[in-house]
Ligand binder design. Structure first.
Ligand code: ARG
Length: 458
């Protein structure tokens, strides 16, 4: 007999049981569900809705069920549809019919919204910790590479040299905003829907604030229809998760490029790479590729949730059961990615000389030659054209700006003096960007100091 079987005259079609059941995935919520039930039953006793004796029996029973589920001793069945009804069934099996009093003044609709919020709270904390670990590993690479210069790119064409530390710090600040977004979402996640009932509240004199307090919520959802029917907090999480994915994926794309023979900028540690079943020489950056690849499903989960919600009238609709798998999947996918990304970054070898020779053998100091002519009085538009001509000359003769003699340079502009060679050296070019947030060593050091302060506050 189903917990809701009273008004039915026939058993459910078995395919319907299979189709509508969520126990296959919502069993992840078991301990949150019981946590919520413990608070609910305590409130029922404190408000006099249940006797202290009944509440004590139910509380004991819930703790037994919690252990049974943890130890894998409980049988969770599709016939009981979801985690909420499975727990209730197990409770009744453990303590008898008094267990049936637990659901007084409550519906699965407020219950499931509660469980989702409890799950997300823990997830937000875990993800923030993992993000902090990622930041620390990027930070360490920045510290180690305060004098490592690599080409900075736009359009994937060498543009201007930057410090490798500067590049690492760019991601530290991206992940900082990710942490801040997760932290900001906390105040919207941390509102208790419990007591909203199925949709309209309940006839029992429950105390919603009391259960909210017991579960350490900041407050209660003010409107019962809103409490059971919106999943905006899930969308917000999936959206924040997608941005973390975007940041991870861009960095991983760079790791893949940098570890290719064509770039030869880094070597990922053997422990974070895999080989080929056929080609003995291969060392593949699979982890970085998979982090990039799995970002697709994290985005997919966001779009699914938004799409599921868009046509739903208030209040609860069964469609909303589709909220869980994507949320779990994005959380688990990110946890897996972050846990690997941090040590992969921390252990990568940075090929300083190789990066340097890329900078030396390119035209990423061309802007500096143009700027130099400006300091000698030439309008920037003109100096841009002059340097363009010099670059063309170099390309045709297979040389770079620093390979030209002073006489050759002066044949393009007599404003050029012998101090130009020092001005065009990669170190000078980098350190000339001495502006807040710029790539000059002292400015990058400021970024490290700023980030260290932020870590202390987190
Ligand atoms: N398994 C359901 C879900 O995940 C729980 C809520 C069911 N409520 C209902 N009225 N059928 O959404």
């Amino acid at each position: 007999m189903k917990l809701w079987g009273g008004r039915f005259t026939k058993p459910t079609n078995q395919l319907v049981d299979e189709y509508t059941a969520s126990i296959g995935f919502d069993q992840k919520l078991a301990q949150y569900d019981i946590q919520g039930s413990l608070a609910h039953v305590a409130m029922l006793a404190e408000t006099g809705i249940l006797s202290e004796e009944d509440a004590a029996v139910i509380t004991g029973g819930l703790k037994t069920v919690s252990k049974q589920i943890k130890n894998g001793e409980a049988e969770l069945t599709e016939e009981n549809e979801d985690i909420h009804m499975n727990v209730e069934r197990l409770l009744i099996e453990a303590v008898g019919s008094v267990g049936g009093k637990l659901h007084t003044g409550r519906s699965r609709n407020d219950q499931v919204a509660l469980d989702m919020r409890l799950y997300l709270r823990e997830t937000l904390v875990e993800l923030s910790q993992l993000l902090l670990d990622v930041q620390q590993s990027l930070y360490k690479q920045a510290e180690r590479n305060m004098d490592t210069i690599l080409p900075g790119y736009t359009h994937l064409q060498r543009a201007q040299p930057v410090l490798f530390a500067h590049h690492m710090m760019a991601y530290v600040f991206m992940f900082q905003r990710d942490i801040e977004r997760l932290a900001d979402s906390w105040k919207r996640v941390n509102q208790s829907p419990l007591g909203a009932g199925a949709l309209a509240g309940t006839t029992f004199p429950i105390d919603r604030k009391l259960t909210a307090e017991k579960l350490h919520f900041d407050g209660i959802c003010e409107n019962s229809l809103d409490a059971v029917s919106d999943r905006d907090f899930v969308v917000e999480f999936l959206s924040n998760a997608s941005l973390v994915g975007a940041h991870l994926s861009r960095s991983c794309e760079e790791l893949v490029q940098w570890s290719s023979a064509e770039f030869n900028f880094i070597e990922l540690d053997d422990a974070f790479c895999t080989g080929s079943s056929m080609m003995p020489q291969k060392k593949n950056p699979d982890v970085a590729e998979l982090v990039r690849g799995k970002t697709g499903r994290v985005y997919g989960n966001l779009i699914s949730m938004l799409t599921t919600l868009k046509g739903l009238p208030l209040a609860y609709n069964k469609d909303m059961q589709e909220d869980k798998e994507g949320m779990f999947d994005s959380a688990e996918t990110l946890k897996g990615a972050l846990a690997l990304f941090a040590p992969m970054i921390e252990t990568m070898q940075v090929k300083k000389e190789s990066m340097y020779s890329s900078v030396r053998n390119d035209f990423s100091n061309a802007t500096d030659l143009a700027d130099y002519l400006v300091t000698k009085g030439m309008p920037f538009r003109e100096s841009h054209a002059v340097v363009g001509n010099i670059v063309l000359h170099c390309i045709e003769s297979g040389t770079y700006l620093l390979d030209l003699s002073l006489e050759e340079l002066q044949s393009f502009s007599d404003l050029i003096g012998s101090d130009i060679f020092e001005k065009l050296a990669p170190e000078t070019v980098v350190n000339a960007r001495d502006v807040e947030g710029g790539t000059a060593q002292n400015r990058v050091q400021e970024q490290l100091d700023k980030a260290a302060e932020l870590f202390d506050q987190t």
